[in-house]
Each structure stands twice: as C-alpha cells, then as structure tokens.
Design a binder for this molecule. Structure first.
Ligand SMILES: Nc1ncnc2c1ncn2[C@@H]1O[C@H](COP(=O)(O)OP(=O)(O)O)[C@@H](O)[C@H]1O
Ligand SMILES: [Mg+2]
Length: 208
C-alpha cells in the first residue's frame, strides 16, 4: 500500500544579506500523526526553519524553495490566506514565552482573541474550550488567574499559556520551538509522554 502524501513537505534555503546562508536546501517531511524533532546547535537554523514555514521571517531574510502543506504551496498564498492558516491549521509555540505574549493584555483576553481569530461560537463554548486547554496544560482555570498579565506569570506558566493557545483550534500541524525549555522537569516529562513523544527525528547540521 502506498504511503499517503505528507502533511508538510518543504525544501528551503534562507539567508540574510552579506552573511552565509542559514538554511541550504533544508528538506523535511512530516506525515499526519508523526512527531519530527529538529536537533542542532544554537544558531543552526531551527527557529529560522519554523518561522520560514509560516512565512514569518523578516523581509530582510531571503527565503527560497517550496513549502507544501495539505496539498497547497504556501509560498504562493496571499498574506490574507496565510493568516487563515496560521493558528488554525498550523500553530506555533515560540521559543521565548514571555515575549510571545502581549504584555499589555490579561491572559484571558489573549486566549479569547486567539479563539475568536478562527472561531465563531457563543461565550459558553468559548469559555469551555479555553478551560479544557488550561486544564490540559495543568494551569489554574479560575478568573483570578485569567485576569493576570504576562508579567504576573512565571516563565513556565507563560509557556503553558502559549501551548494552550496553540492547541485551541486543534491544528493539523503544531510547530513547537524548544517547547519544554522553561518548564519544570515533571511537566516536561508529561509533555514528552503525551503530545510530543518523539517517534522520529531529523537534525540540522551546524552552520558553515
Ligand atoms: N534578523 C536577523 N538578522 C541576521 N541574522 C539573523 C537574524 N535572525 C537570526 N539570525 C541568525 O540566523 C542564524 C540561525 O538562527 P536561529 O534560526 O535562531 O538558530 P537556532 O534556532 O537553531 O538557535 C543565527 O546565526 C542567527 O544569528
Ligand atoms: Mg531557536
């Protein structure tokens, strides 16, 4: 029986002006229900490839190659179409949890905005889904916690909020950039056992 099409298949080169390329035809394929781990030293391009897939790199970065996701070539989509995909079909947990959250808004507002960016439901369904996700990542669900601003969270709590946010819309693909770096070791073990149990891995070579 032939293998189904990969969920994501890309081959990317990327670099900044007057610097050696960060990615040189970096190829990866991810199939549904598969976990792919990228390993490599600091500066080898792990975050760059995550951001390139979602077309979130700064304009100064030259990106070439192909990104096929669910039968679509993401390099050819309009920015508006990409916004529909980000957070709904492909979610990203960024590397620095506190800087990924908006410092001026309570986390309840940020979770609600993340939900409403792709869903139209009544307030009860919205609150139910947010509560379910917070419980999944072992965060408190009471109003006093939800009223907190990011500065009132520990880094580990902020990272869990980001993980909950990323899972809100049950994305087909979850990209997690060092998702366990700020978590206590018991929660890291829990994450590894459940969502990110490594079943296969690829590695990014050192630059240069
Ligand atoms: N805006 C930028 N301008 C120039 N170089 C950058 C920029 N962002 C990242 N880089 C460089 O790209 C390389 C890869 O970075 P990154 O993808 O963050 O690596 P990793 O996530 O593997 O640690 C690094 O050498 C980094 O300094
Ligand atoms: Mg990185």
């Amino acid at each position: 029986m032939s293998r189904p099409e990969p969920l994501l298949s890309c081959c990317l080169s990327a670099g900044y002006p007057d610097k050696p390329d960060i990615l040189k035809q970096a190829k990866l394929e991810v199939y549904a229900e598969e976990v792919l781990g990228l390993a490599g030293p600091s500066g080898s391009g792990k975050s760059t490839i995550s951001l390139a897939i979602l077309r979130l790199l700064s304009r100064s970065c030259r990106v070439e190659g192909s990104i096929r996701f669910c039968g679509q070539d993401l390099t050819r989509l309009s920015e508006r179409a990409m916004r529909e995909i980000r957070g709904r079909d492909i979610a990203l947990v960024l590397q620095s949890p506190l800087s990924a959250l908006n410092p001026a808004l309570p986390i309840a507002t940020q979770l609600r905005e993340a939900w409403r960016s792709h869903a139209r439901t009544d307030a009860q369904a919205e609150a139910g889904r947010i509560r379910e996700l917070l419980e999944n990542v072992q965060l408190p669900t009471e109003a006093s916690f939800l009223r907190r601003y990011p500065r009132q969270l520990s880094v580990g709590q902020a990272q869990r909020v980001l993980i909950a946010m990323a899972l809100l819309h049950r994305p087909k693909l979850l990209i997690a950039d060092e998702p366990t770096s700020s978590l206590c070791s018991c929660f890291t073990r829990y994450i590894r056992r459940s969502a990110w149990a490594s079943s296969c891995s690829a590695s990014v070579p050192s630059p240069g």
